[in-house]
Ligand binder design. Structure first.
Ligand SMILES: [Zn+2]
Length: 231
């Protein structure tokens, strides 16, 4: 069971508007879905977030988990929960595609830019391109998507990590260049990434261009540090 303590209060790094930050006590029903682009979806990603956009000033906020606590909330008497009285502050919204794209767009360092590009792309794929749940894409967002994949593919080098190679292979498959995709997968350690390379090869053969779920990594048990773990 996932349990939370009383939330902490943090503030926007631009306008100092105060927000709540959830405090996780424990979780033991951790599920994860892995996707063909290296992205992961899990049960906490909309709750325990590290990037967001201030709903007051629209500024980007990062390293949310490391922001200092600016106010201590008094313990609420138990009877107050009966009437569901809410806190005087709100939680920051989970980061959407536009948040990661703006981080990418603002970044100047190549490595960090590449990292934001990959995150933005993974959110984009999960939002618009998931197999069976493909959605119409507005032209402005489509243009941003192409900017991202061009940047990633331009920065792909022969000595890139295998994760980067698989991300690029997945991009090529999703844009319909199955030959290049299969070619890139040949540079990946087949033993270590068999659970990705094997299905990816068949998705190429079937000419599937959507984001795909990767089997064999589901229900990965995650341990999380917690001072008061539930038995
Ligand atoms: Zn703000």
């Amino acid at each position: 069971m996932t349990r939370f303590a009383e939330p902490e209060v943090i503030s926007c790094t631009h306008c100092q508007t105060r927000y709540l930050r959830p405090v996780l006590l424990s979780f033991n029903t951790m599920w994860q879905i892995h996707y063909s682009d290296g992205g992961i979806k899990n049960g906490l990603q909309n709750t325990v977030i590290n990037e967001s956009r201030c709903t007051h000033c629209q500024g980007l906020i990062k390293n949310i988990q490391n922001l200092p606590v600016v106010e201590i909330l008094s313990e609420r008497p138990f009877w107050r929960n009966w009437f569901g009285k809410s806190h005087k502050y709100l939680y920051l919204p989970a980061p959407s595609f536009d948040v990661y794209f703006e981080f990418f767009d603002n970044e100047v360092t190549a490595n960090a830019k590449l990292n934001w590009a990959a995150k933005a792309l993974q959110v984009f794929n999960q939002t618009y391109r998931l197999f069976g749940h493909e959605r119409q894409i507005e032209s402005e967002i489509s243009a941003q998507y192409h900017q991202l994949i061009n940047y990633i593919l331009q920065h792909y080098t022969a000595n890139a990590s295998e994760e980067m190679t698989m991300l690029c292979a997945d991009i090529y498959r999703q844009v319909g260049d199955f030959e290049t995709s299969l070619h890139l997968y040949q540079n990946v350690d087949r033993k270590r990434f068999q659970h990705i390379v094997e299905p990816a090869s068949s998705w190429c053969e079937q000419r599937i261009t959507s984001l795909m779920e990767v089997d064999g990594q589901k229900n990965t048990t995650q341990s999380h540090h917690s001072s008061r773990d539930e038995v």
